[in-house]
Design a protein around this ligand. Structure first.
Ligand SMILES: *Cc1c(COP(=O)(O)O)cnc(C)c1O
Length: 391
């Protein structure tokens, strides 16, 4: 069959992606388990977001089902929250989330993507709001800015003097009444952290400055109770918009914002991704809540994960790699799509499933391998990988 003109056009777009090693495709063998089967081999999964190794934990799954047998029914909620989708568990859970983060209130969303898009676009509708967004901020925040036709600038990654400079310039214009700084507490590509304490200090200099922090990769992983870098740095009360997600360490689905009550009430009236999308199924939210309740008791898993990550960073640092971040996500910069793909392939041969992160996901020259660790991974399992990368 002859392809239509339009399909031929699409095909040529795909061909040009392929020519630069940038074509994305879905691998059928993918799973979130610690081990990924490939043919008759098992590969250690080093691309996980299951930082607390819950996926293979049969005990936790059994304990969930015995505590909540009614949630074995996986049907959906049937409606958006503002219509009939507001089942009782949601309100209780929101109170618990707010209290965990020392905030007045919280609101659940269907995913981190929904949360960032909906919240940022809604905040941007307030006259005089200008966003200052870290260059490495997640696509969901950028999409929120676009959807809301928001006014924004981007500052160099983690560069506070650039940020301060841009803020000064923004306030020089009478159009800017408020500046909202948008950061992630742990960055998903660089594995480094936003300097939350310094950002809080910067914000403290002018009450028109507000702070938006996405803790997607930090919830469950950092802080005494697993409530994120804001808990670790004791900054949650100074963060105006605190975002957490359940898709990663909690191994569920969904997200939330914790904030002042008036912010939550405003969002309930204006965040389109909340108003116009069916609420997640009760069984999913029950799992999120079940694990959220367990987070304070998972300190051993966090500790193991921190220690393994530290040892790996030290070893790679000795081998001459730089920019290894400061979290469970460890980028190994190789400098081109081709080199990153080659190394990923060589490591696969050695029993590891590692993602090559390519241009245009990251800037040219910073193409890399991205390792992300989980609490069940031991350093011993990683040492052949270090040997290979140290050559
Ligand atoms: C993964 C991620 C999201 C998206 O969350 P989902 O629940 O997967 O939609 C948002 N922000 C950051 C920083 C993320 O890493």
């Amino acid at each position: 069959m002859k392809e239509s003109l339009f399909n031929q056009r699409l095909q040529s777009v795909l061909h040009s992606l392929e020519a630069t090693d940038s074509l994305r495709s879905l691998e059928s063998a993918s799973t979130s388990s610690l081990w990924i089967s490939q043919g008759n081999r098992q590969l250690l999964n080093l691309s996980t977001n299951d930082y607390l190794s819950l996926y293979d934990d049969k005990e936790i799954a059994a304990s969930f089902l015995s505590s909540y047998p009614e949630y074995a029914t996986p049907h959906g909620s049937g409606s958006a929250r503002l219509l009939t989708g507001n089942y009782a568990l949601l309100n209780e859970f929101e109170k618990e989330i707010a209290s965990a983060h020392h905030k007045q209130a919280a609101r659940l969303f269907n995913s981190g993507y929904h949360a960032n898009c909906g919240i940022i676009a809604a905040l941007g509708q307030i006259e005089g709001v200008h966003f200052m967004v870290d260059r490495m901020a997640h696509a969901s925040m950028i999409d929120g800015l676009t959807m809301g036709r928001c006014s924004f600038s981007r500052f160099r990654h983690n560069d506070l003097s650039h940020l301060a400079d841009l803020i000064k310039k923004a306030f020089a214009s009478p159009q800017t009444k408020y500046v909202i700084i948008v950061v992630e507490s742990v960055y998903s590509m660089d594995g480094d952290r936003a300097p939350l304490k310094e950002l809080v200090a910067l914000k403290g200099m002018d009450e028109r400055i507000l702070l938006y922090v996405d803790e997607a990769h930090a919830i469950g992983v950092y802080g005494e109770n697993g409530y994120g870098i804001s808990e670790e740095t004791d900054t949650s009360t100074e963060i105006d918009f605190l975002i957490g997600t359940f898709g990663k360490a909690v191994l569920g689905m969904g997200a939330y914002i914790a904030a002042d009550k008036v912010v939550i009430d405003y969002l309930t009236n204006s965040a389109r991704s909340l108003i116009f999308s069916t609420m997640l199924p009760e069984a999913v939210m029950a799992w999120n809540r079940f694990i959220f309740h367990q987070l304070p008791f998972m300190k051993d898993r966090r500790q193991t994960l921190w220690e393994t990550a530290q040892r790996l960073r030290n070893a790679l640092g000795k081998a001459g790699y730089e920019g290894l971040g400061s979290s469970q996500i460890i980028p190994i910069t190789l400098g081109s799509n081709e080199r990153a793909l080659q190394a990923a392939y060589a490591l696969m041969e050695r029993g590891y499933s590692v993602r090559a992160i390519r241009y245009p996901t990251v800037a040219k020259g910073t193409e890399r391998l991205r390792l992300s660790l989980a609490s069940a991974i031991t350093y011993e399992q990683l040492s052949p990988l270090v040997d290979y990368l140290s050559k």
